[in-house]
Design a protein around this ligand. Structure first.
Ligand code: ZN
Ligand code: ZN
Ligand code: ZN
Ligand code: ZN
Ligand code: ZN
Ligand code: ZN
Length: 447
């Protein structure tokens, strides 16, 4: 059967297989995990380092060539007085200088700077702290004046020139300073580190009526009617949101990938979007347990699994080889640390690259480079090869070679054919245990 046919049949037979009614699944709480109730979030944050609380730590008054810069706490009314006086003097100078002269232009620029400075001094927002910890967000005050962003809380524009605004360094939630105290959502970064679990039911919808016709996040009344506040559906949580909490962002649904091998991005809420973005590179999907059948339908996955198993077999060579350490061979996989730790955990990004064929390409390349070091380039690694003890013929064998079998007990390597001809029994193991028996009594008499 054609591969694509098989895949589409597989998808048909697996449409929403895990999408059972919520009561049966006992997942009543899970769908509401996002957003988790704020009262459950641990109070305060242990990451609140004292040095960040110092308001003078990052000072930026906007005009670097200015003579008035000094720590913000020391600005007094007299500074504003001096500035006003400087502005008046500057105005006078401009009037006295020849029209359109270079000097006059310079003076005008200076006047603008002075006025901006005065505005900043009078701006009460300047006294706002540079770091605020709220619901586990770490909000840092943004200093860029030139940008125009959208506030994640009120959905209105943030104009850098006139608004003070903050961005969370964990989840990149950004909002006006005036909106900070209205935030009810805990930082999804903390959820990523505490919980690290995906909702793996495909779009676990409960219906707008079960949501009381309110936004799942901010509880604003929403409806399907065109005249009311439009209800927007999130494919990840299955819940409905208002247009302030759901901006029609598109994201790949991990549940659809796992169950249907489907990568088409779907519309998700802001909060789901932030969570999925932070999670995309985290290897939290144990495919073998979540959907072992996937390996029967997606050929690339079988190939990747073999490459990953080989790489794990090569790792002991590299961690004991000085040359390999110096050449930093294992660092080839530093973007995918989990590939040198196990062979069954995947991130959504991994799976996306499996489906596009990119992962197989890059991993084959790395595999070739690793094998070349062990089998050709490095004498130290070559010396750790095996001669097949069953036929005592042929090339030196390595555990990651094709057509070899490895004894599970003593790790000796044999030709696969020899091993099966010998009823998969290892000639080395009995010898080793015999030697052990001989040594142990001898040791006892010594003690
Ligand atoms: Zn806002
Ligand atoms: Zn955050
Ligand atoms: Zn809402
Ligand atoms: Zn080596
Ligand atoms: Zn052999
Ligand atoms: Zn053995």
């Amino acid at each position: 059967m054609e591969y694509n046919d098989r895949l589409s049949r597989f998808r048909q037979s697996h449409l929403n297989p895990f999408n059972k009614p919520r009561e049966e699944e006992g997942s009543h709480d899970r769908a509401e995990d996002l957003p988790p109730p704020s009262k459950d979030s641990p109070p305060g944050s242990p990451h609140c380092e004292p040095e960040f609380n110092c308001p003078e730590r990052v000072m930026d008054l906007g005009v670097s060539e200015d003579h008035f810069s000094r720590p913000v706490g020391l600005f007094l009314a007299s500074d504003i007085q001096q500035l006003r006086q400087a502005i008046e003097e500057c105005k006078q100078v401009i009037l006295e200088l020849p029209e359109n002269s270079e000097k006059q232009k310079d003076a005008v620029i200076r006047l603008i700077h002075l006025r901006l400075k005065l505005q900043e001094l009078k701006d009460p927002h300047e006294n706002e702290p540079h770091l605020r910890i709220l619901l586990e967000h770490r909000f840092c005050k943004e200093r860029s004046k030139s940008v125009k962003q959208v506030c994640d809380k009120c959905s209105a524009f943030i104009w850098g020139l006139i608004h003070t605004w903050y961005t969370c360094t964990g989840c990149y939630y950004r909002c006006h300073s005036k909106c900070l105290n209205l935030i009810t959502k805990p930082c999804v970064r903390s959820k990523v580190s505490h919980q690290s679990e995906y909702e793996l039911s495909i779009c676990p919808e409960i219906g707008l009526d079960c949501q009381d016709y309110r936004c799942a996040e901010c509880r604003t009344p929403i409806s399907f009617q065109s005249n009311g506040n439009e209800a927007r559906h999130c494919d990840y949580t299955g819940l409905y949101y208002c247009s302030s909490c759901h901006w029609n962002d598109l994201a790949i649904s991990p549940a659809r990938v796992i169950h249907n091998w489907e990568f088409e991005p779907r519309k998700v809420s802001r909060c789901s979007m932030r969570y999925l973005t932070l999670m995309v590179n985290r290897p939290v999907l144990k495919l073998r347990e979540l959907n072992p059948q996937l390996f029967n339908y997606v050929e690339e996955l079988v190939e990747i699994r073999k490459l990953r198993q080989d790489i794990l077999l090569m790792k002991p060579y590299f961690v004991t080889c000085k040359e390999a350490m110096e050449a930093r061979l294992l660092l080839q996989l530093q973007e995918r640390q989990h590939f040198v730790e196990n062979d069954d955990m995947y991130s959504v990004q991994d799976l996306l690259e499996v489906s596009s064929g990119r992962l197989s390409c890059s991993l084959t390349e790395i595999h070739t480079m690793f094998a070349k070091h062990i089998k050709l380039d490095c004498e130290r690694c070559q010396a750790k090869g095996f001669v097949c003890e069953l036929c005592k013929e042929g090339d030196i064998l390595f555990p990651f070679d094709s057509h070899t079998s490895v004894c599970q007990d003593c790790a000796a390597v044999f030709h696969r054919d020899c091993y099966y001809d010998n009823s998969t029994s290892c000639p080395r193991c009995p010898r080793l245990s015999l030697r052990k028996q001989v040594q142990e009594p001898a040791q006892e008499t010594w003690q």
